[in-house]
Design a protein around this ligand. Structure first.
Ligand code: B1M
Length: 215
């Protein structure tokens, strides 16, 4: 196995183990060895977090373990983020991004943000548990061309429809494209609520924004 692969696997394991110190040291190693920071996040840390999701689903992990994993991932992401190569040739199109009201699951949304940042978009990150009205307001205030919403719970998904409805009610629907994502969402759901696109994962989010804003 290549040195790089081995490092990515160790990064994934540090997330699964909730090993903050290990994740910190490995992220520093990535930087020291000049390994692509973006690849380390997507092929190391994110892979580990997906494994954590599986363990949680199987009932092998509980909330405390998941929180430790999330914080190990965050520590490493903070070290790697400044080293991500940004595409400076891209048009600075504004994208409003956030997790809908009532939902605090922001790991996936943060990965989408990293991808969009790296691709040169101007991301206005509203964070998590974002009140419905904030999306439309931020899009207007920043002249955003895309609103991206994430939801991880079936109970919070309807918030996405409320945002689309609010865009229609305020005669702003034709000014902005809507992309949604998050584990329980699907393309069918996106279409059913009047969104333009559904993002399966963080990598596809960039291509989607590109196609939605192509002129
Ligand atoms: Co909780 N949680 N959680 N949780 N959690 C889920 C979502 C759940 C499915 C677990 C389960 O019970 N099987 C379940 C929801 C059930 C439902 O749908 N009704 C659940 C629950 C119930 C809860 C609590 C209510 C638990 C409790 O307190 N009793 C509570 C909710 C609090 C709240 O939100 N109000 C809660 C809390 C937590 C933690 C705090 C412990 C932690 C969140 C930490 C954090 O995010 N900062 C947590 C976690 C980690 C999970 C699981 C295990 C993993 C989610 C995750 O981070 N996945 C999750 C189980 C699961 O999803 N299988 C679960 C990794 C992440 C990289 O994937 O977010 O899907 P994901 O993002 C992907 C794609 O979906 C896509 O790209 C990302 C990267 O490729 N994507 C987009 C995401 N957003 C996108 C947007 C786009 C495009 C693509 O465009 C805009």
């Amino acid at each position: 196995m290549s040195e790089k692969r081995e490092l990515f696997e160790k990064l994934a394991k540090s997330v699964v183990d909730g090993d903050e110190e290990g994740a910190r040291q490995l992220a520093e190693e990535v930087v020291k060895r000049n390994i692509d920071a973006y690849e380390a996040i997507m092929e190391g840390l994110a892979v580990g977090m997906n494994k954590v999701s599986e363990l949680y689903e199987k009932g092998e992990y509980y909330v405390p373990e998941v929180l430790l994993s999330a914080s190990a991932m965050n520590v490493a992401v903070e070290i790697l983020k400044p080293h991500i190569k940004i595409d400076k040739t891209a048009k600075p199109i504004a994208v409003v991004l956030g997790v809908v009201e009532g939902d605090i699951h922001d790991i996936g949304k943060n990965l989408v943000k990293i991808m969009l940042d790296a691709a040169g978009y101007k991301v206005i990150d509203l964070g998590k548990d974002v009140p419905i009205g904030e999306f439309v307001k931020a899009a207007r205030d920043n002249g955003a061309e895309v609103i991206g919403m994430s939801a991880l719970m079936t109970t919070t998904m309807p918030g996405m429809k409320k945002v689309v409805d609010q865009l229609v009610a305020s005669n702003y629907r034709d000014k902005v494209k809507v992309m949604i994502g998050g584990a329980p969402t699907t393309m069918e759901y996106a279409k059913s609520i009047g969104a333009d696109m559904w993002g399966k994962d963080a990598s596809s989010a960039v291509g989607i924004v590109k196609s939605l804003t192509a002129r």
